[in-house]
Design a protein around this ligand. Structure first.
Ligand code: AMP
Length: 642
């Protein structure tokens, strides 16, 4: 089964992520960059499209041939699109119920085709990085996307050669990345997502592992780009005041565009730097051959220039809460998604609006659901990289669909030990608990009784010493030729495949005759049952150990009794009466300790039994020596030596 990647197909940037050995991570391109601008440049009629960073670089130089924010047109009809939305720098067409198309070098592209180019690039990056073909993906969409928009996203995936295993809502994916599905049976979460070009606030309710979007509100034309524009305006004014060229952000003059492109880039970089610095330098050397520009911008000034834009998100937050019929204090967490939420002003504002407590210190899953904390309002959770959360969540969803993460508590390990029943009803562990799967392990077993013709393979799961205290997964019999005890060799191998299914193989080593039996899933065990089993094994550890010691002592005592009786019967007439009495006393002691076995618990006193058996061994030593001498004598006589 091939792996399933998670893709955040964003308006501004797109990312691809995967779960590897239980850990989700974003896959970088060949240059080590994890964010791919959702920009496609088509250089000519038959030219191969340029995607991502190189396309973004020519965006201002070749505005009519470079498509950005195509997500806005996905699954839309001509009549759906507002005039304002048509005002992109590339030619968009569409009327009435007709499809929306983009004219590039005389060819009409559908938004799906343009998106497919981005997906193809992400697929290729993932294949290069992972060294394997990728054909399956989970793709995220905004919660407000309708059926047509979702279907268009699936079509884009198919055009890129991907089977879209699932379309997941972006806020749900973000919550998955934050691990919020594991924390409580019921929780309410707000997802504040401010990206490059869009904003939305979704309220989710988690109910026993399933997320439901209670409400979502937003603005598809509000994001980091708007902040950049404010900074660009500010810089253009300063450039003009410093005697530089007159730059109008809406200019179409071809000599102005490259300059504006540089100003725009410098503005965004300064904005990003000001998330971690309080002041920054902006330098634009040789803006024209005769003019170089440099200035300083403080975080306070940036906040002055942009706070009105951030304030615009507040109304959407309030509306979302009202739609979900919730007060902010009823929320457990507010999580931040989208690169723009790294801005300290955004964090401060969101924290203030939602009445979040001590947002500076809160991290991860601290105190979620704690009543004391809830009284103080929701927690602002910023523990996941905000521009990667959605892609990571999509990858986690992909892993779940691929059969990983079956059990949130125990991912891909055996929850309990697996083994078979052996002599005396003991559990013989073959795969210990917490072993990573897939796994293969085996052992050789033999018979305890003469002339046994088959061996019963009783497969057990659990942590207890005795077979009867563990769970029985199944049993089957392997036949072989009759032979004295200890001679037959039966190899038993356990294999747990990637799906958690246990295959048990038993093979008669002599003839190669074998049976393979598939048991039920060895991993799909209820968490509560696992916990109970482990707790019981701890609570009964002493009794279990005693039971094992008793069974082992009993097996040893049984063997000694049989051997002693056999030898005594053979040499009875030659035995000294006192010595015979000593032997009987030692035999009686072993038998009397055995008879003290508690019929209910099937255990006795292992130390006493071991002592009695050792005493019997000691007493039988002269008999054993005598028997040995007799055997030697008979042999030598036979050979004519004596
Ligand atoms: P996204 O659509 O989630 O990729 O978000 C992209 C937006 O986040 C762009 O406007 C970026 O300029 C902005 N952004 C990324 N990193 C930061 C940062 N550290 N501080 C402020 N804004 C950022």
């Amino acid at each position: 089964m091939s792996r399933i990647v998670g893709i955040d197909l964003g308006t501004t940037n797109s990312l691809v992520a995967i779960v590897d050995s239980g850990i989700p991570y974003v896959i970088a391109d060949a240059e080590g960059r994890r964010l791919t601008p959702s920009v496609v440049h088509v250089p000519g009629p038959d030219a191969t499209p340029v995607i991502g960073h190189p396309a973004n670089r020519v965006r201002l130089l070749k505005p009519a041939e470079t498509v950005y924010s195509v997500k806005r047109f996905m699954g839309r009809r001509g009549s759906d699109i507002a005039r304002e939305e048509m005002l992109v720098t590339y030619p968009v067409q569409g009327t009435g119920s007709g499809p929306v198309t983009i004219q590039l070098h005389g060819r009409a592209w559908t938004p799906e085709e343009v998106s497919a180019e981005i997906l193809r690039k992400l697929k290729a990056d993932a294949e290069l990085s992972l060294g394997e073909l990728i054909s399956r993906a989970v793709i995220t969409v905004p919660a407000y996307f309708n059926d047509a928009q979702r279907n268009a996203t699936i079509r884009a995936g198919e055009l890129a050669g991907l089977t879209v295993e699932r379309i997941v809502n972006e806020p749900t994916a973000a919550a998955l990345a934050y691990g919020l599905d594991k924390l409580r049976d019921k929780a309410r979460i707000a997802v504040y997502d401010l990206g490059g070009g869009t904003f939305d606030l979704s309220i989710l309710e988690l109910n026993q592992g399933v997320f439901q979007v209670l409400s979502t509100h937003g603005d598809t034309r509000l994001g980091g780009d708007d902040l950049d524009r404010r900074v660009v305006d500010h810089l253009c004014r300063e450039i003009q005041q410093a005697g530089g060229p007159v730059l109008s952000p809406t200019a179409s003059d071809p000599t102005i565009l490259p300059m504006l492109s540089r100003v725009r880039e410098a503005a965004e970089h300064a904005k990003i730097r000001l998330s971690s610095e309080s002041e920054t330098e902006i330098a634009l050397p040789f803006l024209t051959p005769a003019f170089s520009f440099s200035t300083r911008l403080s975080r306070a000034r940036l906040e002055e220039l942009t706070h009105a834009i951030i304030e615009r998100t507040r109304a959407h937050c309030l509306r979302s809460l009202a739609d979900a019929k919730l007060e902010a204090s009823a929320l457990d967490q507010v999580i931040l998604v989208g690169g723009q939420t790294r801005m300290p002003l955004v964090r401060r504002k969101v924290s203030e609006w939602f009445g979040c407590a001590e947002f500076e210190e809160t991290r991860g899953d601290l105190r979620l659901g704690d009543d004391f904390h809830k009284a103080k309002g929701p927690q602002l959770n910023t523990s996941v990289n905000p521009d990667e959360a959605v892609a990571l969540g999509a990858a986690i969803q992909g892993e779940i669909l691929a059969g990983g993460f079956r059990n949130l508590l125990l991912l891909d390990v055996t929850p309990l030990s697996l083994g078979i029943e052996t002599f005396g009803g003991l559990m013989n562990v073959i795969i210990p608990r917490n072993t990573t799967i897939p796994v293969k392990a085996g052992e050789l077993f033999t018979t305890a009784v003469d002339n046994q013709r088959s061996m019963l393979i009783h497969v057990l799961q659990g942590e207890r010493e005795r077979a009867m205290d563990n769970w029985s997964l199944g049993r089957f019999e392997l036949e072989f030729e009759a032979a004295p005890k200890g001679v037959p060799r039966v190899g038993v191998q356990f294999e747990i495949d990637a799906n958690g299914i246990l295959h048990v193989l038993a093979r008669d080593v002599k003839t190669g005759h074998q049976k393979v039996v598939q048991m039920k899933s060895a991993v799909d065990v209820d968490d509560a049952d696992v916990q109970k089993m482990v707790e019981e094994s701890v609570a009964n550890a002493f009794d279990d150990l005693r039971a094992r010691q008793w069974i082992e002592a009993k097996l040893r005592a049984g063997e000694t009794l049989i051997a002693t009786r056999k030898t005594m019967a053979e040499y009875d007439s030659e035995l000294d009466p006192d010595y015979r009495q000593q032997l009987h006393a030692a035999l009686d002691e072993v038998e009397s300790v055995l008879s003290l076995e508690n019929p209910k618990t099937k255990t006795g006193d292992p130390a006493r039994l071991k002592g009695a058996t050792a005493q019997l061994d000691e007493v039988t030593k002269p008999l054993a020596e005598y028997a040995m001498d007799k055997v030697m004598e008979a042999m030598l006589r036979k050979k004519g030596v004596l």
